[in-house]
Design a protein around this ligand. Sequence first.
Ligand SMILES: Cc1ncc(C[n+]2csc(CCOP(=O)(O)OP(=O)(O)O)c2C)c(N)n1
Ligand SMILES: [Mg+2]
Length: 325
Amino acid sequence: MRSSLLKDLLFRMKRVRGVELAIEAEYPNDEMKTPVHLCIGQEAVPVGVCAGLRRDDYVLSNHRGHGHYLAKGGDLKAMVAELYCRETGCSRAHGGSMHLIDTAAGLLGSSAIVGGGIPLAVGAALASQRLGQKRVAVTFFGDAGAEEGAFFESLNCARLWKLPVVFVCENNLYSVCSHIDARQHTREVFRRARAFDIPAARADGTDVLDVLRKASAAISRARRGRGPSLLECRAYRWRGHIGPGDPGAELYRKPGERARWLKRCPIRLLERRLLAAGALSARELREMEARAAGEIAEAFRYARASPLPGPETLGRHLFFAEPAA
Ligand SMILES: Cc1ncc(C[n+]2csc(CCOP(=O)(O)OP(=O)(O)O)c2C)c(N)n1
Ligand SMILES: [Mg+2]
């Protein structure tokens, strides 16, 4: 892989991590009027998958969507402004963290309904196929998303119609505070695709290169008209289900589990590889971090300086028609 691509992957992961650390630090000030679900520890999945996509490909995200939005090329300032409920937010302050959208970047939306983005991606893939566009649709969902009926219905339709869709399951072992062992007969979500005759693979979700390689194979298959695939990525949610920190972690995490996963930081892993191979110098690393920090600080400044929406904006940007005056 070209070293410029590797460095770009590293930068993108650092930017996602940096934004989320900043959100976590600022959240207690209570200016962000939205729940936030942080993806710290899982950055290699959105960054690896989206690096295999074209800008005009589609992504459907979920409640833990900051990484998906940014990795697909969503506008950082508009995302932070959305968290601050500003008029300049990507959803014009109507959505908050769980309803990010940037159609110019192919990010068609995110759904707070667990599994809700899965059938939407099938719909986007169907549209692409019917219009002969060769666009691929990717949907990100969690291990609990794979428990929803919509998941199975979507696999069925996607296979039947040979749709250009890639189902990406981010298996972080938890649904809120429930471990997957208490919820599913097997931890191996990818095996379910076999029942639908859909090719499936499992990637190390802490290794961005493994994710990129396997996602690219699935994406290229979809683009060639060969139908859907499923990619299960194993990673770990370092923070609690919602908000900053992980209050009550000892009540639901298995002993020693978090410490084991912390050793597999996706960012440190790639950084160490690049430094060891001489593909990245200490100076380049500092510059990269300063660039990410600069973009993030600028996005927070922009968000805070943006106007709050007035009551007259309440009915705008919605699907229903305004009642006649
Ligand atoms: C249909 C539905 N059921 C339940 C919820 C409440 N809920 C929100 S997030 C969540 C857990 C989702 O877990 P997972 O899909 O594994 O994603 P993760 O949070 O681990 O990224 C639940 C149960 C919901 N939003 N929608
Ligand atoms: Mg989960």
